[in-house]
Ligand binder design. Structure first.
Ligand SMILES: [Fe+2]
Ligand SMILES: [Fe+2]
Length: 323
């Protein structure tokens, strides 16, 4: 256990940065702009559209826009349970460390703002794309299922998500000069606030871990494995829906084999984006595997094994860790 003052100063630093980078949706991010559909949304390092060489450049761009739409929607979705969990863990600080409480309240407030931003984005993109797109998961249904798992598992999943958010921006979006400026800015501003969230996730996860008996931690590992399975279920449904939607609106007619490749390619991209890229983050590995024993670590690795194929065929940027 850290002395109170050391952890208080970490919370205080988070508050300081959170105040410094604070932004507003209209004033700072949207600024009266619209999305440029002549440009890419989700960069190819994440969408993996270049692994579908039979698509024309225009259709690759369209697929990056369909995936970019889902990317924003999935963030809005996970932020529902992340915000609720942070409110819940803030209870430990209600009558104690008021600096910690303020940091977690700001975190929750930022996630509420991010959800509003992503709803806004969905409305704007939806207005400029052909009808037929479906966001398959319901945020409240997903959040109640996730929040039914233990806090340790939810915080571990949250840390994973908030670390990959940053990795995606730094590795794939920031260096890409061909993205829609507004789309890129959405994730630039999002990233600025997420950096503080990942620090808080780690503090709260380690604190929660210290409360667990070995038996409880063993169950918590099962919960985390269940959560990864649930995320994958969401990705499978959304990938099927997005592949259908893309096939219907693409400029070229795709034969059955090509449609199947699009479906497999989108599912692979989503698994890369939301599961594998996060798991490969060195910081996530360091924190998670310092909390579990060897057998628990092996259980997590085994559960992930069927998904680890989902890495780019030809990394356009150096991967954070050797696969
Ligand atoms: Fe967020
Ligand atoms: Fe966050």
């Amino acid at each position: 256990m850290q002395p109170q003052s050391a952890s208080t100063s970490r919370y205080a630093r988070v508050i300081e940065v959170s105040k410094r980078v604070r932004w507003e949706i209209e004033r700072d991010v949207i600024r009266g702009r619209r999305f440029d559909f002549g440009k890419t949304f989700l960069p190819s390092g994440l969408s993996l559209v270049n692994e579908l060489p039979f698509l024309t450049n225009a259709d690759k761009r369209l697929l990056s826009q369909v995936q970019g739409r889902t990317y924003a929607n999935i963030f809005g979705l996970v932020e529902r349970f992340i915000g609720a969990k942070m409110l819940e863990v803030s209870r430990d600080h209600w009558l104690g460390d008021q600096t910690a409480l303020e940091a977690l309240v700001r975190f929750t407030d930022e996630e509420l703002k991010h959800q509003e931003l992503f709803r806004r984005i969905e409305t704007m993109i939806g207005a400029d794309m052909p009808p037929g797109y479906v966001a398959t998961p319901d945020p409240n249904a997903v959040a109640s299922a996730v929040l039914g798992k233990c806090t340790w598992a939810v915080l571990a999943l949250t840390l994973d998500i908030e670390l990959f958010t940053q990795a995606h921006y730094r590795a794939s979006m920031e260096p890409d000069g061909n993205l829609s400026e507004l789309w890129k800015d959405v994730f630039l501003f999002h990233w600025k606030e997420e950096s503080q969230h990942a620090i808080l996730d780690e503090i709260e996860l380690v604190k929660e871990d210290a409360k667990l008996t070995p038996a409880e931690r063993d169950t918590a590992v099962d919960d985390l494995i269940d959560l990864v399975g649930a995320v994958d279920g969401i990705l499978q449904a959304q990938a099927a829906s997005d592949a259908r939607y893309f096939t219907a609106i693409a400029s070229a007619r795709l034969d059955e084999a090509q449609q199947a490749r699009v479906h497999a390619g989108v599912l692979k991209a989503y698994r890369w984006q939301y599961i594998v890229s996060g798991v490969m983050e060195p910081r996530f590995q360091k924190v998670l595997f310092s909390l579990v024993d060897e057998a628990q670590g092996a259980r997590i690795q085994n559960a992930l094994a069927p998904l680890t194929y989902a890495v780019p065929d030809q990394p356009e940027v150096p991967l954070p860790l050797a696969a």
